[in-house]
Structure formats: structure tokens, C-alpha cells
Ligand binder design. Sequence first.
Ligand code: GLN
Length: 483
Amino acid sequence: MDSTSYTLAEIIKRTRAKELSFTELTDEYLARIDKRNGELHAFLSVDAEGARNAASAADVAFNAEEASPLFGVPVAVKDAILVDGAPCTAGSKMLEHYIAPYDATVMVNLKRVGAFSLGKTNMDEFAMGSSTEHSAFGPTKNPHDPTRVPGGSSGGSAAAVAAGLAPLALGSDTGGSIRQPAAFCGVVGFKPTYGAISRFGLIAMASSLDQIGTFTRTVEDVKLVAPYLFGRDDNDATTQDIPELAELPDPKSITIGILKEGFGEGVHEGMKTNLLSAIAAYEKMGVTIKEISIPHLKYSLPVYYIIMPSEVSSNMTRYDGIRYGLDGPGQQEDNLLGYYLHNRREGIGEEVRRRIMLGTYTLSAGYYDAYYARAQKVRTLIKQDFENAFNEVDIIAAPTTPTPPFKFGEKMDDPLEMYLSDVYTVSANLAGVPAISIPAGTVEEGGMALPVGLQLIGPHKQDYRLLEVASWLERTQGPNPKS
Ligand code: GLN
């Protein structure tokens, strides 16, 4: 077993025991990336030199008593998050040559405690998609079965952690883009409360839904890193403090609500068995289990597909070749509009275009009230449903996805089918509440063992309690091996 099999907690133990140096650790990850990335395409760019320099500086500066859990740790970073001096393409041709001029706040926070970027990971273009098939640079493969998608949009980050190419990865989740790929790749994916982690330096998709979060092999590892990522930021007025736990909860004091709508038709039968046995494990610990309903849940996907494209259409206007983006193609045009159109035509892919058109329509004077304003009202109802549910239970349990990872090409011709992968994840973004996907065994399909994810959703700002409850299940089953 080499170090790329270790969880972050094991890395901490071994580096403190001087059994492993940060240089050795980073070299082993780089060697594994060399070996696997050609096939998996999890990373779009790797900063081997920067990572080696940071690791050797960490070896020199290491002080075991004072070092944070993140000290000397190489991190895979979704290519929508700015890392000073590194490419940041957001999976788009539009930003193919863009070099980030500063660090996102989340990177500032990581670097402050001694972590560093290993490289930038593949994603659907501007984070729009559920499979990485919408990346302008080609898809990422699922390490559990290379004929299947890793999920998306943060598929590169999920695959990197699952395949042992990094111990920790950052992603962003607007409607499920951390939890869904985590479920598909058999790792832990955590989307905190909206505003827990600064969005400054994250390339915006839909600003009222976007949230940065993590991929790790265990929930214990999330608990180690979350306090260093959370916090208010003057550069992001929507950030808020997440209170620490006053005392550790006892299983007997916790009630988990099983989301009734999540266990009906449309959910893969084999997966249901896995999810119910995870719930049974909680019951055995003394947790109270009851059924709960989110009556407006059935509207969450339609509401998401109105609010999200509306915000996308507005956020995407900056890619015109002057403010940001390709400025080559349009130069042959002799008027400004032609210049913009030409740059955008060359730079922006089909799925992003589809959403810009949808959003422009839903925000237009004639249709604003019928679509956008109405969707906002239903969003409030969904939020209220969650508040009501959390008056009765502490945590809600649901599937992360309705199916195991699907095959490449399976949903590319039918956008609505693709959108359905997010049916259980988007509501947490609409309500702004924290949610996590944790591994719940595998189901067999086509002779392959495919990962299943259990989603746990918590009340607003109760991220630490959610992580605590999630970690109980892990203690009964241990982390998944890397694939
Ligand atoms: N898959 C969803 C979408 O296509 C979610 C994307 C995301 O969370 N960034 O919009």
C-alpha cells in the first residue's frame, strides 16, 4: 500500500510520526497521476513543479505541534476555482487560455494553513451538466467502470479522490455537482450551508445557488478540513459564520427523517436496499427513524431549471472577448455586435447556450412574472417545507441520485433525462441548507460493482452536526478503498 491509499487522517498520523515526508507524499500522488490520468482525464492541468516546491518548503517548515491538519497537503481543485498563476478554464474553450490573476478566498485559506494545489480538475462547461460530458476538453471516466460517467459537474475532482490521485479535492455545487459525482465515484461529497465558504474567486454559474465544498474519502476528513474553509469574507457579502457544536450529539437524541418522496418509483430498486440498510444501521445505534415529506419537492427540479438559467444568462454576459474570454475569432468582424457574437459562437458549447437562451426567455419582460417571479415564490415554499420538516427531525435522509452511474452517451441526446439525475440534490441548494453524500455500498450492474450514495441533509448552519451524524455510519462500515 502506498500513501495514495491513505485518508487525510492517516496522512496526518504518518507525517507526524515522521514515517512520511510531504515530498514523498506529493511525489507519490504525482506518480499516480502520471499513471492514471491519461485514461481517467480527471485533471485538466497538473502543477507538478509548484506542488513539489510547496511540499519541500513544507518539509523544511514543518512543526508537528503547530501544524494544521491541512499542512503540506496537496489538493485537487475544480477548474472553476481560481489558483493564482494557474490555468482556469471552467471546462470551456472560452477560457482555454485564461490564467488566474489571484487566489480564490478558499485557496487563500488553504494556503494560509500550509495546503497547496496539485492541479485543476475537469468539469462540465461552466459547471453545467451531470456527467463531465459537457467539458470542452473531453469527459472524465469513472474509476469504478471506465465505460461510465463519473457524474458532474465536478466529475474530475470526484474521480481524482476515488482513484487516489489526491487526498482532498474542491468542487462546487449549484444543484448537486459535488454530491452526485461523489455518489457515482464512491467518495464523500459535502456541500455546506450557502455562504459557509466564500464564493470569491469561484467562476459563477448561478450565484444564489453556488456553493464550494469538498471531496474526501471519509467524513472524518471533512471534519478535519471544514473549519479551515468556513468563514466570513469581506469579498463575499453572502458569507456567514457556521457555529461550532456546543456538545457532541448522542445517537439517542437524534431523529432522522426518511424522505418519503425519495423511496418511491423512479429510484433504482437495488439502490433502495442499500439505502434502507444504511438507515437500519442508524436505527441500531439508537437513532429514531421516521418518515417525512417535503410536499413541494416535486417542483424543485422545474423551479431550479428556471432560477438557475436566469442567473446563468446574466452571469455569462461577461464572456464577450473584451471583459473575459476568447478575443481571437471575432476580430475579423467589422462591428462590435459581430465581434461579440463571433467570440461567443466559437467559445460557448451547446449546453451553456441552451441555458443562456432559457434564462434570457424567463427573464424577458413578457414572461418574467409567469416564470421567474413564480419560481421564486415556489422556492420560498420549498424552503418553508424544509423548515417545517426540521421542526420534526434533525436530519433528512434521501438517495443522492435515482440511479447508479450511467454509460457515456446514454443521456447526451436528451437534456431532460440528464436533468433528472439532480432530482434529489437541487432542493438543498434552493433552500440553502447543508447536505452530504456518503458511500452506501455498491450495486452490481453489467458485472461491475457501482457505488451508491446516501444523502443526509441538515438544517441551515448546522453543518457540524450533519457531519457528526454522517460520521457515525462511517464508523460502522469504514472508508471505501481507492479504485
Ligand atoms: N447537474 C446540475 C446542472 O446541470 C447541477 C450543476 C451544478 O451543481 N453545478 O445544473
